[in-house]
Design a protein around this ligand. Sequence first.
Ligand code: AMP
Length: 132
Amino acid sequence: MSATPTAPAYDDNNVFARILRGEIPSKRVYEDEFALAFHDINPQAPVHVLVIPKGRWVSFADFSAGASAQEIAGFWRAVGHVARQLGIEANGYRLLSNIGANGGQEVPHFHVHLFGGRRLGRMLPKAPEEGR
Ligand code: AMP
């Protein structure tokens, strides 16, 4: 089950569930009772870290609908803490979360991408039908 009718059931074998269980290695940068942060395996910026909640949430849609207030607050506080710890706060950074098919979500465990370390440019690439 997931907390929203549009989210699929949580898959306990997704790669981030396996990272949480320690079955797959990761370059961890932070962990507390609510969240784990580790470097993305295929970085898109000089700093590219993923922050995931400890709970079994498929996506932000699922998390925001079903997680407790304590989990939600703890998770987002951890995201801010990780950015500060990584030293990207002063020059700015970007948070991104992909949800479902249109969002291009590949791993079905809610995660926030933290990008920093350079000017990140426009927010979204043009859609193919927009041309140029
Ligand atoms: P998304 O498209 O938002 O679901 O992003 C999934 C992200 O997970 C991608 O940026 C991948 O590079 C990253 N990723 C996949 N497998 C691993 C892994 N084992 N360790 C770290 N990052 C991973």
